[in-house]
Design a protein around this ligand. Structure first.
Ligand SMILES: C[S@@+](CC[C@H](N)C(=O)[O-])C[C@H]1O[C@@H](n2cnc3c(N)ncnc32)[C@H](O)[C@@H]1O
Length: 439
C-alpha cells in the first residue's frame, strides 16, 4: 500500500548520491511531527518513476530541495524544481535547504532566487533541520486529526536482558494459543482466496503466535518475523526457522528499521506483505503511528494489518471477593515491563495517525465464558504466569526494590488462591485484549 497522493505534505528533492543522509534526516524529523513526506526511491512504488514523481509534486504542499553543488547541476533535481515552480502561483511553497555553500547553476538560480532559503551548514545540521520543520509546520497547519504520541507512552523493549527470558518465551506459548483461538477465524477470512501470501510479524517475540497460526496454511509463501530482542530471534529461528519462516533482529522504532526491512524483503524475494501482524507490540512503543506509517509502505494493495493489543480498561475478574485479582492486575500493570496499559483503546487513533482509514474492530475483551478448558488454562497462564516474570525482572534491576519485595511475598502467599478462584465454576474473567483489522 503506497502513500495516496492526498497524503503528501512535503516532497523532498535531492541528489541521491551526495545528499541521501541529509534527505533521510530531514524526512525523519518531519515525519516525527506527523508531516507526511514523499521522497524517492522510498515512495516511488513499482510503476513508472517519472509519473510517480510528477504526481507527487503536483500533490504536495511544500517542496523542499536539498541543495548542494551536485544537486544544482543535476538534471533530475532541476526537472523537479521546474515542475514545482509551475505550482508556486497556486500556493506551493518551495524551500531550498542549502548545504555545503553550493555553487548554484544559473538555471537553478532562476527558479529559486526568490524563495525562502535555509542556509544550513552541515556542522549544525540539526538546528537547521529544526528551523525547516518549524517553517513546514507553519505552512501545512495543525495535524490535530492525527493521533499524537501519548505522553504516557514510554519506549520499552519489554524483555530487555531479563533473566527470565526463557520462562517468558515459554509463557508466551500459552498466550499465543489463547490469542490464536480468536484470531484464527480472522486469518482464515483474509487468506481464504489468496493463492500465495507473505506475512510480516513485527515484535514477534518467541515466534509462537505467528508460527502456530496462519502460516500453517499451504498457500503461505514467506513469513518474516522481526523483534528487538536478539535472544528471542535466536530462539525463534531455532524453533521455527525454515526456508519459509525467518526471524530478524531490528528495533522497529529505529531509523534503520525501514532499510533493514527492505533489505530483508529483497533477500527473501518479497515485494510486499499480504498480512502484517502486530500482536502485543504497540504498548511498548513511544510512537506507534510512526511505525505503522513505515509498515504501510510494505503492505500489498489489498493487504491487512492485524493488531492485537492490551487495554486494562476492558479487564474484568468476577467475583473478586477478596480482591486478589485486583491486586494481581495491579502488580501486572505497575512495573516497567508492563508497557502502556491503555494502548488497546488507542489503536484506532494510532491507525488514523498513519492515515489508515479502513479500520474494523474485531474483538474487545476475550472472555473465559463458553470456551474449552484448554483455552481457559492458556488465559490463566497468559496473565498470572506473567506475575513472577515481571517481579523477577524488577528484582534483577534492583534487588532492594521494596515494591517488588512486598509484591513477591504477596504473590507467593496468594498464588494458590488465585488459581482456585480462577477455576471456580462461578468465576469469569474477561481479558483486556483488543483486536483490530485495518487496510
Ligand atoms: C509481549 S511480546 C509479544 C510477542 C508476540 N507478538 C506474541 O504475541 O506472542 C512483545 C514483543 O515486542 C518486542 N519489542 C518491544 N519493543 C520493540 C521494538 N521497538 N521493536 C521490535 N520489537 C520490539 C519485544 O522484544 C517482545 O518480544
Amino acid at each position: 500500500m503506497h502513500m495516496s497522493m492526498n497524503d503528501i505534505d512535503v516532497f523532498i528533492s535531492y541528489k541521491h548520491e551526495t545528499s541521501k543522509p541529509v534527505a533521510d534526516a530531514v524526512c525523519h524529523a518531519l515525519e516525527d511531527k506527523r508531516i507526511r513526506c514523499w521522497y524517492a526511491p522510498r515512495d516511488a512504488g513499482t510503476g513508472p518513476y517519472a509519473r510517480a514523481i510528477t504526481n507527487a509534486i503536483n500533490s504536495c504542499k511544500v517542496f523542499v530541495v536539498i541543495l548542494n553543488t551536485e544537486a544544482s547541476d543535476s538534471h533530475h533535481v532541476l526537472n523537479e524544481v521546474e515542475k514545482a515552480y509551475k505550482r508556486v502561483d497556486n500556493g506551493l511553497v518551495i524551500i531550498p535547504f542549502k548545504v555545503d555553500s553550493p555553487k548554484v547553476s544559473d538555471e537553478m538560480e532562476y527558479y529559486i532566487n526568490r524563495m525562502n532559503w535555509i542556509d544550513a551548514m552541515t556542522s549544525d545540521l540539526e538546528r537547521f533541520i529544526g528551523e525547516l520543520v518549524t517553517k513546514v509546520e507553519n505552512i501545512v497547519g495543525p495535524t490535530s486529526q492525527k493521533a499524537k504520541a501519548s505522553s504516557e507512552r514510554r519506549k520499552n523493549d519489554f524483555l530487555g536482558d531479563t533473566p527470565s527470558i526463557e520462562k517468558e518465551l515459554s509463557r508466551s506459548m500459552a498466550q499465543a494459543r489463547f490469542v490464536n483461538f480468536y484470531l484464527d477465524r480472522i486469518y482464515e477470512n483474509i487468506t481464504k482466496d489468496l493463492k500465495s501470501f507473505n506475512v510480516l510479524d513485527v515484535g514477534s517475540g518467541g515466534g509462537h503466535q505467528i508460527s502456530t497460526s496462519v502460516v500453517i496454511r499451504p498457500e503461505l509463501n514467506k513469513v518474516i518475523g522481526m523483534d528487538i530482542n536478539e535472544e528471542a530471534i535466536k530462539l525463534s529461528n531455532e524453533k521455527y526457522g525454515s526456508d519459509k519462516i525467518k526471524f530478524y533482529c531490528s528495533d522497529c522504532e529505529s531509523r534503520e528499521f525501514e532499510d533493514k526491512l527492505l533489505e530483508v524483503m529483497k533477500e527473501n524475494d518479497i515485494c510486499s506483505f499480504d498480512i502484517i501482524n502486530i500482536s502485543f507490540l504497540l504498548l511498548f512503543l513511544k510512537d506507534p503511528s510512526k511505525v505503522i506509517m513505515v509498515l504501510k509502505r510494505v503492505l500489498s494493495e489489498n493487504g491487512c494489518l492485524i493488531i492485537a493489543d492490551i487495554d486494562d480498561g476492558f479487564l474484568i475478574a468476577y467475583p473478586d471477593n477478596n480482591l486478589i485479582f485486583e491486586e494481581a492486575f495491579d502488580i501486572l500493570s505497575k512495573y516497567n515491563t508492563s508497557g502502556y496499559r491503555k494502548s488497546g483503546r488507542e489503536i484506532y487513533y494510532t491507525l488514523k495517525g498513519a492515515d489508515i482509514n479502513d479500520i474494523s474492530l474485531k474483538h474487545t475483551g476475550l472472555s473465559t465464558i463458553g470456551v474449552p478448558i484448554e483455552v481457559k488454562k492458556d488465559l490463566f497462564q497468559t496473565y498470572f504466569g506473567l506475575i513472577p516474570i515481571v517481579l523477577e525482572e524488577a528484582l534483577s534491576i534492583d534487588d532492594n526494590n521494596p515494591y517488588a519485595i512486598t509484591d513477591t511475598e504477596w504473590y507467593c502467599k496468594n498464588k494458590k488462591n488465585i488459581e482456585d478462584e480462577f477455576y471456580g465454576k462461578e468465576f469469569m474473567m474477561i481479558a483486556g485484549i483488543i483486536v483490530y483489522v485495518a487496510k
